[in-house]
Design a protein around this ligand. Structure first.
Ligand code: G1P
Length: 839
């Protein structure tokens, strides 16, 4: 007799113990199994890479039951899902994160050690996937971590770049860019789903036709089609069963190759189309805050947006007969304007492919989307030439024109006769060559617009987006950034985490405000001693890394003064250098004067096309060369440029810092997130009143923050009055001496030309007002040195900084997005017994 059929997902599957079990013996067996069956190696012949892959598969297996159960629960419960659209996700390494979130660190370490291997070496072997440029991409990664931890149904959508951000090498002091082949040995964390591939159209033209009901409709006849293949990476929450997907799209040609051309002997032609299509997901576009690389960049943006929206619609239609209630099941967040073309693509999909009328489609679109702005720099506000748009996305341009026509009609009714207002609000910039303004599109098509720190949102309202704010004040809302304490405390600073755990248990990892309870220890000598020992331990480890990688010996007892972030003139790494040279000048004048020994550490990448940023790197290394080798300095100042700053290097750096440099020109840094990571790990901040620095200072207490420099208002006023950097140069002997030393070729073997562009830019423009802030910065550093000399005081300040950073947990940020923008609720995932076994 045949058995009755049971639907596959209701089968009482006995998942193999080796795939889910978590006792040490099972883990060892699973690891050996994967090495043999997946890597095809005997242990004696296996490489580090094989060990890494085998262990990664072992962990992925242990995530899978939760992952599938999460997806199943979302489908069954028909929940509202957050879709986070971002051109960048800077996830960092997965293995350590999985070990922590699965609570398997100790058992896996034991299993690996009993197999005769070293877990730290295996962890170090994982490539750091660099699918982002800096803060924006890392924010997206912290957000998906918090979403999963808070049990919020969410999908991160982005691009599976074959090459992430370049690997930065330093040659003769200059940045050299080396391609990042992060997928070379395969990626054990992802699962491809070619069955869910979608087609993306590009180019061509549109035509009108009558549908069956006799209505006028528009059809897009594309010139090209590309296929998007989704690759899913599990994003496990901490201490929950939730595992959400990060779904990244890879572009593939719709036909593998042209057989006719191949048969005719035209081999290049036969694969040309394939190569062209696949270029779309080839390489991460560098962020240099200028709209460049136009066509490919727009193709990338549209590609991942179209794939993602089609996927969202498909998911919705699995549970609902129509798309009229899409906003009840989907909240789509635009991470900056990179995915803003989604507004037009959603309108096209709803109207042209799902027969919705304009008004309904527009209502659904606006209710579904929200937009985060990440920058005030005018040159970074994306715009695309109308010609390019028409060539690549002819239908979308028509839709944008129509959105604009309707929108401007409204504005004319609200503010009759204000033509300037109309031209500023228009989605099309018509001041010269015509452009589509993506930020305007995002504002009009979203129900919420947010900045990423209080000052930033305020400046958006009063400056960058003030006309939109006037129209819809209720749309604008602040969401100060945050970072995940799992990666940025527990994972990177295990000794600090241990100290916290020993006093208050592990609850702080999901509720950072619990750290406040530790303030009672701030005057406890034992606690302070432990605090100092942890910092020293972390500094020793970084010193060791510096020795191994840069061949520079640094003293772990010196003050570690650190600036790591993308290199950009507004972030003012060169202000830091001016101060270092000023200290050097003092030593040269009086070699015996007392000076607090200090190690200045820099790290960060410059966009390959950004000459001035690259020159700042060269200057850093040149200054380091001279100062590190000058016998008068007697090792009291050391300068180190750590090449290839990325997430995993960040994990070594933040816990080892005494001082965090956050010195951007006030009003330029939207928020910053490195500032939060430093403070959480007990570094003191020297900073301007910019971005989230302001809120960090509020939380830590004014007395625990080294503040200097002009405010955003003062920057604006000083500019308005006619800022002349040469006035500062001629009236400040210390500044003059510093600039003269650079200009004289002191750091360039007498070559006066090398740094001339930088010197001239400061002397004649100084767009970011280094000279105006110079003296305040130097004076503030004196205060820092004095305080550092009093170690008891410093320790107290350091402790209070770390304990008062609860506001900057990305859990807090995500809760606010959920309640105030997305309107989504947590959905706990219940697991059957088998996942708990052996626990
Ligand atoms: C950008 C902003 C930065 C902000 C980050 C995340 O990062 O400039 O202030 O904290 O987005 O919102 P960046 O690309 O400069 O690293």
């Amino acid at each position: 007799m045949t058995q009755p059929l049971i639907p596959i997902d209701q089968c009482p599957i006995q998942i193999e113990d080796d795939r889910t079990g978590t006792n040490v013996e099972t883990l060892k067996r699973a690891f050996a199994d994967n090495l043999f069956y997946l890597q095809g190696k005997y242990e004696s012949l296996a490489t580090q890479d094989d060990f890494y892959m085998a262990l990664a598969y072992t962990l992925r297996d242990r995530l899978l039951s939760r992952w599938l159960k999460t997806t199943k629960t979302y489908m069954e419960k028909d929940v509202k899902v957050v879709y986070y659209l971002s051109a960048e996700f800077l996830m960092g390494r997965h293995m350590g994160n999985s070990l922590i979130n699965l609570h398997l660190y100790d058992r896996v370490r034991q299993a690996v050690e009993e197999s005769g291997l070293d877990l730290d070496e295996i962890l170090e072997h994982e490539p750091d996937p660099g699918l982002g440029n800096g803060g924006l991409g890392r924010l997206a990664a912290c957000f998906v971590d918090s979403l999963a931890t808070l049990e919020i149904p969410a999908v991160g959508y982005g691009i599976r770049y074959e090459f992430g951000i370049f690997t930065q090498a330093i040659r003769d002091g200059w940045q050299a860019e080396v391609p990042d082949k992060w997928l070379r040995f395969g990626n054990p964390w992802e699962i491809a789903h070619p069955d869910q591939a979608v087609e993306v159209k590009l180019g061509g033209h549109t035509e009108m036709y009558h549908n069956e009901k006799g209505e006028y409709k528009v059809r897009w006849i594309p010139a090209n089609r590309v296929v998007g293949i989704p690759y899913d990476t599990p994003v496990p929450g901490y201490d929950t069963n939730t595992v959400n997907p990060l779904r990244l799209w890879r572009a593939e040609a719709s036909d593998d190759f042209n057989f006719d051309a191949f048969n005719a002997g035209n081999y290049d032609g036969a694969v040309a189309e394939k190569m062209r299509s696949e270029t779309i997901s080839k390489v991460l576009y560098p962020n240099d805050n200028t709209p460049q690389g136009k066509q490919l960049r727009l193709e990338q943006q549209f590609f991942f947006v179209s794939c993602s929206l089609q996927d969202i619609i498909r998911t919705h239609l699995l549970r609902h007969p129509s798309l009229h209630n899409l906003h009840d099941t989907a909240a789509i967040q635009l991470n900056d304007t990179h995915p803003a073309v989604a507004i037009a693509e959603m309108m096209r999909l709803l109207m042209d492919e799902h027969e919705m009328d304009w008004n309904t489609a527009w209502r659904v679109t606006q209710k579904t989307f929200s937009y985060t702005n990440h920058t005030l720099l005018p040159e970074a506000l994306e715009k695309w030439s109308v010609g390019l748009f028409e060539y690549l996305l002819p239908r979308h341009l028509e839709i944008i024109y129509e959105i604009n026509r309707r929108f401007l009609e409204d504005v004319k009714r609200w503010y009759p006769g204000d033509d300037n207002l109309i031209s500023r609000l228009s989605l099309i910039d018509e001041s010269g060559e015509k452009y589509v303004r993506m930020a305007n599109l995002a504002c009009v098509g979203s129900h919420a617009v947010n900045g990423v720190a209080a000052l930033h949102t305020q400046l958006l309202k009063q400056d960058t987006l003030r006309d939109f704010y006037r129209l819809w004040p209720g749309k604008f809302i602040n969401k100060t950034n945050g970072v995940t304490p799992r990666r940025w405390i527990l994972m990177c600073n295990p000794k600090l985490a241990e100290l916290y755990n020993s006093k208050i248990g592990e609850g702080w990892l999901k509720d950072l405000s619990q750290l406040k309870q530790l303030e009672k220890y701030v005057d406890d000598p034992d606690f302070c001693q432990q605090w100092r020992e942890i910092k020293l331990h972390n500094k020793r480890q970084l010193a060791q890394y510096i020795w191994e990688h840069n061949g520079i010996e640094v003293d772990p007892h010196s003050m570690f003064d650190i600036q790591v972030k993308r290199i950009h003139e507004y972030k003012r790494q060169h202000l830091n250098l001016l101060h270092i040279i000023a200290l050097y000048n003092q030593i040269k004048q009086n070699p015996d004067q007392h000076i607090v020994p200090c190690t200045f550490i820099f790290g960060g990448k410059a966009a390959p096309g950004y000459f001035m940023a690259k020159l700042i790197i060269k200057l850093t290394n040149s200054v380091a060369d001279v100062i590190n080798h000058d016998p008068d300095v007697r090792g009291r100042l050391k300068i180190v440029f750590l090449n290839n700053f990325n997430v995993s290097l960040g994990q070594r750096i933040y816990p080892a810092a005494d001082l965090s440099e956050q010195v951007s020109t006030a009003g330029k840094e939207a928020s910053g997130t490195g500032n939060m990571k430093f403070a959480m790990n007990g570094a003191m901040t020297i900073g301007t009143l910019d971005g989230a620095n302001i809120e960090i200072r509020e939380e830590a207490g004014e007395e625990n923050f080294f503040l200097f420099g002009l405010t955003a208002q003062e920057v604006a006023d000083t500019k308005a009055k006619g800022y002349n950097p040469r006035d500062y140069y001629s009236s400040n002997p210390s500044l003059k001496a510093v600039i003269d030393r650079i200009a004289a070729g002191y750091f360039s073997h007498g070559d006066k030309e090398l740094f001339k562009p930088l010197v001239d830019s400061l002397m004649y423009h100084d767009q970011y007002m280094l000279f105006a802030d110079y003296q305040a910065y130097v004076d503030c550093h004196k205060q820092v040195s004095k305080t550092y000399s009093d170690q008891d005081k410093w320790t107290r300040m350091s402790i209070l900084n770390a304990l008062r950073m609860a506001k900057f947990s990305s859990d807090r940020t995500i809760r606010e997005y959920c309640n105030e923008i997305w309107n989504v609720q947590p959905v706990p995932i219940e697991m059957e017994e088998y996942s708990q076994e052996n626990a």
